[in-house]
Design a binder for this molecule. Sequence first.
Ligand code: NAD
Length: 383
Amino acid sequence: MIVGDRVGGRSLRWGMVGGGRGSQIGYVHRSAATRDGIFALVAGALDVDGERGRAFGIALGMDPSRSYPDYKVMFTAEAGREDGIEVVSIATPNNTHFVICKAALEHDLHVICEKPLCFTVAEAEELAGLAKSRQRTVGVAYGYSGYQMIEEARALVAAGELGDIRVVNFQFSHGFHNTAVEQESPSTRWRVTPEFAGPSYVLGDLGTHPFYLSEVILPHLRIKRLLCTRQSFVGSRAPLEDNATVLMEYESGAVATAWISAVNAGAMHSQKIRVVGSRGSLEWWDEHPNQLSLEIQGQPPRLLDRGMPYLHGTALEEDRIGAGHPEGLFDAWANLYRRFALAITGSSQTLTFPGIEAGLEGVRWVENCVRSADQGGVWVDYR
Ligand code: NAD
């Protein structure tokens, strides 16, 4: 159970790049990191507009001399201080992740980076090599993996409750971008512009989330090959897709399908994962994250609830308020930031966290999907 004690008995000195006023995800990072005093936000370069970023940092309570106009200035200045930042989060558009992450590692900082980690496997491998040589932790902000029922799903599969895994189906298919909303929304505009978004829109922006959940729940499955098709139903988004379908075959003989979309008109998030084994199935949906559906063939279906003593120990480890009270996105992210802190401080932990390998695998998945789709939807070998 999490009761608010700090990892290692102190707050990590933390900085942020991006996540400025009005950004979509900046506040989630700050809420999660500071929830239990594990991270203290002492410096930032929060905005592409240096002055606006400085003003926002000061409004957040930063020492004015440590609210910087630019991340490069911040890394240099903080490296020269005895109380300089130890870890930095990167919450900027995708095209900047690689260069900022690299610069942070070169300044011997631990990094928590937004997804997708970067644009190419080659870039991700370079970051992985750098993190290894500098002995620094890189965490990737796959926030949904902090939900406790994902741990229960993982534990059920590991215990063999579903039998042999046969079929996996995951989706993140919302309807919020069924028209060209980017004309009015800067935060959507960069997502559909290759220069900022990279080689894909929904595959990288949305698909990497449930893909990582599949890796957490099914760590023993390795993709052998995949086939992807992608479409730009809002034509002005081409060549970037706002809808994609992926077929995957695992080395074990299991198969998977994925539907990733921003044009699922009428739907909210619709992020779900269903795992089917020879004995039974489980299903989780991020709009009802406190429940996990467990169906064993021939038995009445069960809806498992967060916080209940019948869950596996790992699914109870991050409980904060007991059963019955709903927990949500902020709690999941706070769990994840806590796991990052445990990794950074070298403390022992039983739960997995999305590190540099998870970032790399997300990039590999997107790269393969794009490679398949751009050849007309053909099977491509995964590695
Ligand atoms: P946004 O456009 O709403 O905000 C981006 C912020 O970054 C802005 O404050 C902008 O001023 C700042 N910025 C841009 N370039 C900068 C630079 N060079 N230096 C400093 N600040 C800079 O974008 P967003 O929706 O918040 O997305 C940011 C990142 O977070 C993206 O990579 C996105 O994929 C990711 N994201 C992740 C999740 C998640 O669930 N993990 C959710 C939303 C967004």
